[in-house]
Ligand binder design. Structure first.
Ligand code: NAD
Length: 489
């Protein structure tokens, strides 16, 4: 090991690391002591959390009035502190996120928060346009909406809230949240963090507001309130539909069921590792994560073999059957008499070993994914499980692979993946599946900037077309015309 020279600077760095390690340990212990709720963390009262949605909106309005008078540089200063606090407190949010929702992995949630801190665009995302000609100068600028109402999911609660806040504030808005009822404490922690950052940077409190107990009723107040000019909704199909029927400008970021195609030109060991890495990230909670694989018959066995070398447990057909019985149920619609599949919520985002244990399989300590070989119509293929369970379907050729993968994606146009070195096939699948995100030869998370180029977001708006949202998504275009002047040539 290289000998480190001791000087003032690196002693300070060592001390900082030791202290932050101790602090992290203390924070971890603190979290486990369960002394946080939807309005406070260790006695520190959350900023921006109000008893009613009306009060939350009223306070957001006051903050918006201050934001309107701020310079872009001042907004950017607040965003810089939000980034810092998000980075520094990522471990706390990761821990309480897992504890409150009972889903996901703290080590991966930590990375997700750091990704938000580092790669969510700020004010640089706003670009003004100028057109000049004989008629003079016309300027188009990206203006704020005012107060945005945001509905956030349980799967990435604080990540989504902070990512939304950075983009919305960069664009000059204030925001009110109606968080998922299973992730109130975690989301409210994030709201408080954003307000602490604002105060620390000389901004107003309440740039983000929320309620003590969000419900469908508080969501209704939020969507119907005249001061809420835009709605942003990150969640499953039900809530996206509800928001899009609100009569207001809405951004809908809905469900996905991302298929993966692996053909016979792919680097199979790498494809297997990438797929398992992506599929098991935060126990498969991200909407972009690999949900089912269509593999060429000629390489399928090799692919599954390499998956097992990377933390996958290959289930027998009997075990797969048992897992199906435990993982999915049936629900009958009283009105229509039709039956549909329901997901066992207790298994969503859980460790693969825990799920396997439920069906009597005691997997090795390094197992992080349960893989099964099924046909394309299997419910594990067709349903968005959000569990580290991965069905692999054999296909004859690229035509069959694309046909089945497009069907399994259900027209969500969300995310798809492919491992191949054949450019024609890659292009064919990308064109056919029409997803917002298409990742080639990498784990799914490369699609949101983790190990891939491009910015990060946790609100991927397929249904309404904004794509990977950022500050500019939360703006309205405004035009200013100067007739016959300001053209300098
Ligand atoms: P969910 O749909 O259960 O809940 C989302 C939010 O909507 C919650 O706050 C919930 O209380 C609220 N809600 C539900 N119905 C509503 C209605 N009619 N009116 C008002 N509010 C309503 O989502 P979840 O289980 O937390 O998240 C998982 C789902 O979200 C998956 O389908 C996943 O693919 C999707 N998701 C999509 C993205 C994306 O960027 N596209 C990101 C994360 C999650």
């Amino acid at each position: 090991m290289a000998q480190m020279e001791l000087n003032e600077q690196n002693i300070a760095e060592v001390v900082r690391q030791v202290l932050s390690g101790m602090q992290a340990q203390e924070q971890k212990a603190a979290v486990l002591s369960d002394s946080y709720d939807s309005v406070s963390y260790h006695g520190r009262r959350f900023l921006g959390v109000y008893p009613t949605m009306e009060e939350a909106i009223d306070h957001a309005r006051s903050a918006y009035q201050v934001i309107r008078e701020m310079t872009v540089e001042q907004r950017e200063k607040i965003i810089a502190v939000i980034r810092k606090l998000t980075y520094d407190e990522a471990e706390i949010m990761a821990a309480i996120g897992v504890e409150e929702t009972g889903m996901g992995r703290a080590d991966h949630k930590l990375l997700k928060h750091r990704l938000v801190a580092e790669k969510t665009p700020g004010t640089e995302d706003l670009i003004s346009e100028a057109e000049t000609g004989d008629g003079g100068l016309t300027l188009t600028e990206m203006a704020p909406f005012g107060i945005i109402g945001s509905i956030t999911p349980s799967t990435n609660p604080s990540e989504t809230a902070i990512c939304n806040c950075i983009g919305m504030l960069a664009a000059g808005n204030a925001v009110v949240f109606n968080p998922h009822p299973h992730a109130i404490k975690t989301t409210n922690y994030a709201v408080d963090l954003v307000n602490r950052a604002s105060l620390a940077a000389g901004g107003p409190a309440d740039i983000a507001c929320t309620v003590v107990k969000p419900t469908m009723d508080t969501a209704k107040v939020m969507t119907g309130h005249p001061l809420v000019r835009m709605l942003v909704c990150t969640g499953g199909p039900g809530v996206v539909k509800a928001m899009l029927s609100s009569g207001k400008k809405a951004i809908g970021a809905g469900a996905g069921n991302p298929p993966v195609i692996v053909d016979d030109t792919a680097d199979i060991p790498k494809a297997a590792k990438d797929i398992i890495d992506g599929c098991t990230f935060d126990n498969n909670l991200p909407c972009i994560a690999e949900k089912e694989v269509f593999a060429f018959e000629s390489i399928e066995e090799e692919l599954v073999y390499h998956m097992t070398k990377n933390g996958a447990y290959l289930m027998s057909p009997e075990e797969t059957e048992r897992l199906l019985e435990g993982g999915l149920g049936e629900k009958k619609d009283e009105k229509t008499g039709k039956t549909s599949l329901t997901i066992n919520k207790k298994w969503v985002g859980k460790d693969a070993r825990l799920i396997l244990r439920e069906i009597g399989v005691e997997a090795e300590a390094d197992v992080r994914c349960a893989v099964c070989e099924t046909d394309a119509d299997h419910p594990f293929v067709q349903t968005e499980l959000m569990m580290p369970i991965l069905p692999v379907v054999k296909v004859e050729d690229i035509d069959e692979a694309i046909r089945l993968a497009v069907k399994a994606e259900h027209g969500n146009r969300h995310t798809a993946h492919m491992h191949s070195k054949n450019i024609d096939r890659l292009s064919r699948f990308a064109r056919a599946v029409e997803t917002t995100i298409f990742v080639k030869n990498a784990p799914s998370y490369a699609g949101i900037g983790f190990g891939g180029e491009g910015h990060c977001t946790f609100t991927i708006a397929g249904p309404t077309g904004e794509g990977l949202t950022s500050a500019r998504s939360f703006t309205r275009r405004r035009r200013c015309v100067m007739s016959d002047a300001f053209r300098i040539i």
